[in-house]
Design a protein around this ligand. Structure first.
Ligand SMILES: O=C(O)CCC(=O)C(=O)O
Length: 252
C-alpha cells in the first residue's frame, strides 16, 4: 500500500482472491453492500438536490450529455460525498491496479433518462494500453439504484484492458453493440470497480427507471486530474477535510 496513505491513517482492506483475480484477469469486479442503505438514501437525495439546484449548469465542470442527468465536482457539493473517495475497499482496489501513488481524478454523477444514455465505448486512460501495465486510471460506479439489463447499466468489454494500444485501433463504430459486451448489473449499494483501460460506456436506458450512479475515478499521481480539486476547492469543503482527504484530493 502507498506509504503516504498509511502514514495519514489509511487502513487497507484485505481483498479476497476472487476480487483480485477478476480485477487482474477480467478488468473489473463488483463489491456488494459497500454503501450502507442509509448512505444510499442520503446520496440519492443529494444527487437530486444538486441536479435541481444547478439546473442547466449541472455537470458543466466536466461534461454535459443530452438526456443524461450529469453532475460534476461532487467533492464540493456536500459532506455526504466526503467518504466516497476515501472508501477503504475502493482505495485498496485502486492501489492494487495502479501499484503506485494516486489521487482522485474526479467525482461525478450520471443518470441516463428513458431512451438516452448510449455513449461510444471508450477507455478512461489517454495513454495507450501496455499489457501488464503500468495502468494509469481506475474508475468506480457507485450504484445508487439497481443497475439492470433495461435501465442503462454500464456496458464493459471484459479483458479489453489486456489489449495493447488504443480502442480506435480495434473498433470503428464505438456506439454499436460489441459481441463481447456485458453489463455491470448489481443492487443499489454495490460499487463496481474497473481498470480505466477497460473499454466501457454508459448504455441506453430503455425502461426509464432511475439509474443514478457516482463515478469516482482515480489517476496515478504523476498525471493531471480531470477536475483540478485545488482550483475548485471551496472554503466550506476545505474546512472539513482531514489530512488524508487533502492528500487524496491533492489540494495542498
Ligand atoms: O455511467 C456509466 O455507465 C458510464 C459513463 C462513462 O463511462 C462516462 O461518462 O465516461
Amino acid at each position: 500500500m502507498n506509504s503516504k496513505l498509511v502514514e495519514l491513517g489509511f487502513k487497507d482492506e484485505a481483498l479476497d482472491s476472487e476480487h483480485i483475480r477478476q480485477l487482474d484477469e477480467v478488468g473489473y469486479t463488483i463489491f456488494e453492500d459497500i454503501i450502507h442503505p442509509e448512505w444510499v438514501v442520503g446520496l440519492r437525495e443529494a444527487f437530486d438536490t444538486v441536479y435541481e439546484n444547478e439546473g442547466k449548469e449541472a455537470g458543466i465542470e466536466v461534461a454535459q450529455m443530452e438526456g443524461v442527468r450529469r453532475l460534476a465536482d461532487l467533492v464540493n457539493k456536500g459532506a455526504v460525498f466526503d467518504n466516497v473517495y476515501l472508501e477503504p475497499t475502493l482505495l485498496t482496489a485502486v492501489y492494487h491496479i495502479l501499484q503506485r501513488p494516486f489521487k482522485l481524478h474526479s467525482l461525478n454523477g450520471h443518470d441516463p433518462q428513458q431512451g438516452s444514455g448510449l455513449q461510444n465505448l471508450h477507455a478512461d486512460t489517454g495513454e495507450p494500453t501496455l499489457v501488464g501495465g503500468p495502468y494509469h486510471t481506475v474508475n468506480s460506479m457507485w450504484m445508487l439504484d439497481d443497475f439492470t439489463a433495461t435501465n442503462g447499466a454500464t456496458r464493459i468489454i471484459p479483458r479489453s484492458h489486456l489489449k495493447p494500444g488504443r480502442i480506435v485501433d480495434y473498433i470503428e463504430d464505438r456506439k454499436a453493440d460489441h459481441p463481447g459486451q456485458i453489463h455491470l448489473l448489481g443492487k443499489a449499494g454495490s460499487v463496481a470497480v474497473f481498470n480505466g483501460s477497460l473499454w466501457h460506456s454508459s448504455y441506453a436506458n430503455e425502461d426509464g427507471r432511475p439509474r443514478r450512479t457516482l463515478h469516482c475515478a482515480f489517476i496515478a499521481r504523476e498525471h493531471k486530474q480531470q477536475t483540478n480539486q485545488r482550483e475548485y476547492l471551496r472554503p466550506a469543503t476545505s474546512k472539513r477535510l482531514s489530512p488524508l482527504a487533502r492528500y487524496v484530493l491533492d489540494v495542498d
